[in-house]
Write a new protein. Structure first.
Lengths: 117, 117
DNA sequence: CGGCATCCAAATCGATACTG
DNA sequence: CAGTATCGATTTGGATGCCG
């Protein structure tokens, strides 16, 4: 990571946001607001407890989400997007739009390739 | 990936762009234009031939870069950003800005935490 | 309920050797 | 020069069991 100065921070930004489940977690919290651990489990099919826990810890360290523990039995833990985490929203919006366009683009290319046949 | 419709394409977009070296490759090609395989190797420290090759193949499949082979000896292969790949540029710009802000934010928090001590 | 610890499987990455 | 092939190491993810 040397060549151009701009490089450095792009990958840094990506590294804080990627990880198999991080975008999904952030988007869930964005749309549904505060959620409990079990709610996240239910809303993210196929994720395991271990993965959810570890990804939440990392997001917390990066100050993208807030973790609130209620000292009671049974335990209750709530997660929500931090103020700082909300600054990611415009980027997600752009990524979503680009994703849609990209899929259309790839689909078009495939169809064209088939038609040439 | 069920809950909210927007989720799907965000992760799709991220998946096409991430990968340990993909952003670096794309940024190099963006800033320096067309580059040969060996030039990329020289400009991306620590990357191995294997990684560079595989990442280039994936980027090519996703139509983000163009690969041109000159049938000569010794071989010459040039890579450049595709028209479609150029549409990623605004996203990289945003990611870079966010990355800078994020690093500042994290640094500020660390300093505050130390001062509280 | 919301974890952590452990063990195991799979994907990813790196080093090396070889080729047209 | 620009790869391919192979092997081994590292990283990552999943399954299970246990705990306050």
């Amino acid at each position: 990571m040397t060549a151009n100065p701009i490089q450095c921070k792009v990958t840094d930004a990506l590294n804080t946001v990627v990880g198999k489940w991080k975008p999904t977690i952030l988007l869930n919290l964005h749309f549904k607001g505060t959620m409990r651990f079990s709610e996240l489990m239910n809303n993210i099919p196929d994720i395991t407890q271990k993965m959810l826990t570890s990804q939440l810890r990392e997001l917390e360290k990066e100050d993208l989400i807030v973790r609130v523990v209620y000292p009671q039995i049974p335990p209750k833990v709530e997660y929500s997007i931090s103020e700082h985490g909300k600054t990611l929203q415009p980027i997600f919006d752009m990524l979503h739009e680009w994703g849609v366009t990209h899929l259309e683009h790839m689909h078009t290319n495939t169809v064209e390739a088939l038609e040439v046949k």
